[in-house]
Design a protein around this ligand. Structure first.
Ligand SMILES: [Ca+2]
Ligand SMILES: [Ca+2]
Length: 323
């Protein structure tokens, strides 16, 4: 029998949102769009107008675990909500004036609100399912950046985040502006229905005091000392504060003689799974095609297509990360 390492590999790519701490002085910020009877803001179908179901927020995205900036793109919209830190929100004023305007107070320059971090304006009608979104930043010499929360070094361009038809340097990550016949136009965004990310799961499994302590509620913490981090308990649907509740991992042979591994699964967790293999426990590879396993709702099962005995040694691990 080949030696088997049952999977306990964990790849965590999530970030823990930083909550603002409070400082003494505040910097006033406004965020707004052009207004007026002639201003038209449209939804993605090019006909329906942005209406009062929309919210516009000014905020910033948390950095990636390696400290680099998270760059929102149309292909990673599923990560925006988890990483977004709204400083302030405002509603949308419908016809005849068609605009939004809000104000914000910056109490701290803790990331992602440091002067080097990029402010965005995010307009949306919903953050779930089929939605209409526009995400705006400003580049160039007058690029938006956060002011000094202590009140010094503020320049007007940094405290007025304005979407207008006369300002250059505006960039829409999703959506458009200053097109033919409209100032802003949202884009259609489709997100997976339902699902729970780590932060949402943690909020449901820890009290407020524990949530404020990453050594208890953080992704890599193991407060019940069952050998499985909170992230693994999230992915597998076990209880993070009960040592008796831990993932069940099993192995068997498939009909074709390959190895089959199964592990308990939280079907609501927004994660991706993958079986990885190695011949030396040092170099780990994906299979080609990748084996993401199949789910029956409570257990995820992975099958290695290679027959036992075809290789001198073959080790397995199961990788899970936030999707
Ligand atoms: Ca644990
Ligand atoms: Ca546990």
């Amino acid at each position: 029998m080949n030696p088997i390492i049952r999977g306990r590999s964990l790849v965590v790519t999530g970030a823990i949102a930083l909550l603002p701490a409070f400082a003494a002085a505040d910097a006033p910020i406004t965020f707004s769009s052009n207004r007026g009877a002639g201003v038209v803001n449209l939804q993605s179908d090019g006909t329906a107008r942005i209406d009062s179901t929309f919210t516009f927020e000014v905020g910033a995205f948390s950095k990636l675990p390696d400290g680099s900036a998270f760059v929102p793109t149309p292909s990673n919209v599923g990560e925006w909500g988890e990483r977004w830190n709204a400083l302030a929100a405002t509603g949308y004023n419908e016809a005849p004036n068609n605009f939004f305007t809000g104000s914000a107070t910056l109490d701290t320059n803790v990331e992602p609100f440091s002067a080097a971090d990029v402010p965005y304006i995010w307009g949306f009608d919903s953050r779930e399912g089929e939605s209409e979104w526009i995400l705006i930043r400003r580049d160039g010499a007058e690029a938006w950046s956060w002011p000094d929360a202590g009140g010094g070094g503020i320049t007007p361009s940094r405290t007025f985040f304005t979407v207008s038809d006369t300002l250059g340097g505006l960039a829409a990550v999703v959506g458009e502006f200053n097109g033919a016949g409209f100032l802003m136009k949202t884009a259609s965004v489709s997100l997976p229905a339902g699902g729970v990310n780590y932060s949402q799961w943690a909020a449901a499994n820890f009290n407020a005091e524990d949530l404020a302590n990453p050594e208890i509620s953080g992704e890599t913490a193991d407060p019940d000392l069952d050998g499985f981090t909170n992230f693994y308990e999230f992915a597998t649907g076990t209880l993070p504060q009960r040592a008796a509740s831990s993932p069940v991992i099993a192995q068997a042979l498939t009909g074709a003689g390959g190895m089959q591994l199964s592990i308990s699964e939280n079907p609501d967790a927004l994660v991706t799974w993958e079986l990885e293999v190695s011949s030396d426990l040092e170099e780990w590879d994906s299979l080609d095609p990748a084996v993401e396993g199949t789910s029956d709702g409570t257990t995820r099962t992975f099958e290695d297509p290679t027959e036992i005995g075809a290789l001198p040694r073959r080790f397995f691990r199961i990788s899970v990360k936030e999707s």
